[in-house]
Write a protein that binds this ligand. Structure first.
Ligand code: CAA
Length: 382
């Protein structure tokens, strides 16, 4: 077993770290406060290959592997989680699904602009009444005599929805077939019948824009079907497997930022005549933070490695996402506690890490869904 990274992986990590520290970290508080979409920073990430890390160069990407993606995501998330959310959707949820299931024409048409960061992509699965129970979707795509589909319905909680040019949409083509009646479509937001709803006011990742999307008589041509008709649910699930590696990495970045701020604070802050880091109650928290971060990183790299080997990694991605997201939430919680009043103040980024960490336990499959995926695999029961 080899725990070292390649020169290429380390080079991408360096690029991500430089942009994160020079451009993203100094503007993170501004974007969190205003909720503005950080378009210039996203373009910069795209120019440096960070919006299509695993996309081959022929489609505009960096042509690197999943390990490089994990390392880069951690650096961006440690500076600002919202930027890493936008990055993860372009990389994992948008490009990955098209590269795996798309036609050559779809790859040429949709992947390049998203991988280069000149346009933003989105993934439209969730609906107002259908979150964890993804097969309960009501959005309908009805086949016409000429092979096209007319789409009607509402999608909600669409990350990057307010700014996305292209989306991967999941809609019911044969409702009586349940999961096997769902089809994936490529959507162009500039076509008729596409409407963006209100932007959601959120607790955290405030600079990543989120909204409802409504389809009313949107016409998808036969060539807009992604993969085979009726295979949409499996496409969504396999894309989310890869997406969960991205969210685990994001959680590690948030957790690491909270941990590093805490290490610095406990060395300097004095109480009862000593640095608070010399008290055993603080030391226990520091040790637990370190263990949780290391475990999260190793589990996430394992899932990314399996993906790179072309092997099934559904369970390992769920284990990584569950572990890393709960670790990030716990670490951010303890970091605020150790910082006391300063942890609660907007003058320091601790309260932002705390708010941002929470989403990693919710999106791309809640912690409850990750436990369900893992336990079904382990027990063989449903
Ligand atoms: N890969 C490939 N195929 C898969 C799969 C996977 N990971 N998981 C399931 N499937 C297949 C099954 O094999 C089955 O196929 P057959 O019909 O051929 O047997 C089919 O899909 C149906 O599977 P299940 O019976 O297991 O489906 P289910 O209804 O019990 O649901 C679930 C399973 C795990 C609960 C799933 O619905 C799920 O993951 N829900 C969570 C949804 C989610 O993560 N939403 C996130 C929204 S997107 C987002 O958050 C983006 C963002 O904002 C950034």
């Amino acid at each position: 077993m080899d725990f070292s990274f390649t020169d290429e992986q380390l080079m991408l990590q360096d690029v991500a770290r430089r942009i994160a520290q020079e451009k993203i970290a100094p503007s993170a508080e501004h974007f969190d406060r205003t909720g503005e979409f950080p378009l210039d920073n996203i373009r910069l990430l795209g120019e440096n290959g960070l919006m299509g890390i695993e996309v081959p160069a022929e489609y505009g990407g960096a042509g690197m592997d999943s390990i490089a993606y994990v390392l880069a995501m951690i650096e961006i998330a440690a500076a600002d989680a919202a930027h890493s959310t936008i990055m993860s959707v372009n990389n994992s949820l948008f490009c990955n699904g098209i590269l795996t299931h798309g036609t050559e024409e779809q790859k040429q048409r949709y992947v390049r602009e998203i991988a280069e960061g000149t346009e933003i992509g989105a993934f439209a699965l969730t609906e107002p009444q259908s979150g964890s129970d993804a097969t309960a979707m009501r959005c309908r795509a009805v086949r016409q005599a000429d092979g096209s589909f007319v789409i009607n319905g509402k999608k909600s909680w669409i990350t990057s929805g307010p700014v996305a040019r292209y989306l991967v949409l999941f809609a019911m083509t044969e409702p009586e077939k349940g999961a096997r009646g769902i089809t994936a479509f490529m959507i162009d937001a500039q076509r008729e019948g596409f409407h963006r709803g209100k932007t959601e006011p959120k607790l955290g990742i405030r600079a990543s824009a989120t909204c409802e999307i409504e389809f009313s008589g949107y016409v998808a041509r036969a060539e807009d079907v992604l993969g085979e008709e009726g295979h949409g649910f499996k496409i969504a699930m396999s894309v989310l497997d890869a997406g969960r590696i991205g969210i685990a990495s994001q959680a590690i970045g948030i957790g690491r930022a909270a941990y590093e701020a805490t290490l610095e604070y406990v060395r300097e802050r004095k109480a009862f005549g000593q640095p608070i880091g010399s008290f055993q109650m603080t030391q226990a928290k520091i040790a637990d933070m370190k263990c949780k971060l290391d475990a999260s990183l190793l589990l996430t790299l394992r899932a990314a490695w399996l993906k790179g080997q072309g092997r099934r990694f559904t369970t390992e991605a769920a284990v990584a996402k569950l572990t890393a997201s709960e670790a990030a939430m716990w670490i951010a919680h303890q970091a605020v506690q150790i910082h006391g009043g300063m942890g609660y103040s907007k003058e320091m980024p601790l309260e932002r890490y705390f708010r941002d960490a929470k989403i990693t336990e919710i999106y791309e499959g809640t912690s409850e869904i990750q436990r369900l995926v893992i336990a079904r695999q382990e027990t063989g029961l449903r």
